[in-house]
Design a binder for this molecule. Structure first.
Ligand SMILES: [Zn+2]
Ligand SMILES: [Zn+2]
Length: 145
């Protein structure tokens, strides 16, 4: 019985990971729960939260400023100064696609900023809002008629 439960959790975790990778958008735990139940996975919300926390602790996902989650598409090498989580992303205001990016100079700028304020850096998230290249092309096509 226990084994069976464990197996189900593993399957569900795989399904959550697949969903996150495919969506390229922020998802809330509620979005994930709804998706799973619609696909005939029997799982309660608490278990969904638990799986999300495990993924977060293992640095596989990031949390965005709106408290939603997104799959981590980068390999974050721990910096010499701190093991802080860094997450910089560009979010399209039209299609909501999130594109994770990285920048070494931004890293060091944030670190020196923290040092200046005698602040121990634990996490830094930078959200850049705008219009992605795909939506720009789409817009151009529309105006041309
Ligand atoms: Zn990442
Ligand atoms: Zn877009």
């Amino acid at each position: 019985m226990l084994k069976k439960n464990g197996y189900r959790i593993t399957q569900t975790r795989k399904e959550i990971i697949r969903l996150l990778i495919q969506s390229q958008k922020e998802l809330s735990p509620q979005n994930i729960h709804t998706f799973l139940t619609e696909n005939e996975y029997q799982i309660d919300r608490v278990s969904v939260y638990r799986i999300i926390e495990t993924l977060y602790e293992n640095h596989l996902i990031h949390k965005t400023s709106s408290g939603k989650i997104i799959w981590c598409s980068k390999i974050h090498s721990p910096s010499p100064l701190t093991s802080a989580h860094t997450f910089y992303y560009l979010k399209c205001s039209i299609c909501s696609r999130v594109n994770e990016t990285s920048d070494l100079s931004l890293n060091s700028n944030i670190q020196s900023l923290a040092i200046k304020h005698q602040f121990i850096l634990q996490e830094s998230t930078v959200e850049i809002k705008g219009i992605c290249s795909l939506c720009q092309t789409q817009k151009k096509l529309e105006t041309r008629g």
